[in-house]
Design a protein around this ligand. Sequence first.
Ligand code: FE2
Ligand code: FE2
Length: 291
Amino acid sequence: MSTNNVNNAPLASLDEWEDDLLKRYPDPETIATSKSTEEYRNYEDPRRDTVKEFYRLNHTYQTSDFVAGKRKDFLKFDRKEMTVWDAFAFLNELVDDSDPDTDLDQFQHLLQTSEAIRRDGHPDWMVLTGLMHDMGKVLCLFGEPQWAVVGDTFPVGCAYSDKIVYPEFFKNNPDHDNPEYNTKLGVYECGCGLRNVNMSWGHDEYIYQILKDYLPEEGLYMLRYHSFYAWHREGAYQYLTDDHDKKMLKWVQLFNPYDLYSKNPEPPDWNKLQPYYEKLVNKYLPKTLKF
Ligand SMILES: [Fe+2]
Ligand SMILES: [Fe+2]
């Protein structure tokens, strides 16, 4: 199934959002090399406009009501029950329109993330977190528009931070002019903790909710907030966080470079890796997961 033939789908593939993240947050280890610097400087890239249009839709339509509706619907988990391995096969039905020959499939991104975490000797639950972190993108295969699956996430029900990419598009969001929602704290209390904050709806919250009984708290934060760049990269929204969030922040920050900078054109050799991952999945996860 293509991600491009639904309405509201400016991105040729979900990866365009992640490619744009790399321009915003280039890899400090490769930024000095001339090739990558040139790539990051390529402002003529036609993808920039599609990413901008994607954010216009995301910032316009991710309202508090929209999020409440999606939570009510998707958190019933009544769509599909699959083994982890069937879920990867399902996720891989998301095919990239822009460049099917050179872009790696979704599973390869997950495996490269988890392998980079493993190589650095992190705990096995973090390897599994890397493997699972984008599984929520199956939302696209349930008919959800790109702007409700990927993109930087942000709290709804309170004022938008100007640290969120393209903040000017929030003027189109009906919540922007709602006095209940448009103050600094909006519907929240100062220091209430992120667990009490509704984030814009997307693949992060969805996979967190699916796996919340199976991974340690640090891993769950990585799943739930990996696209909350305004918080983990820009330091915004401190007034909504509590001491627990502050402790967990360093884990989310530890995870982020593995997500952003582990992409490699060489796919890992799955045949060699399979026994390790089967054992890992069996150690933490149940036989089937409910979507
Ligand atoms: Fe992601
Ligand atoms: Fe990712």
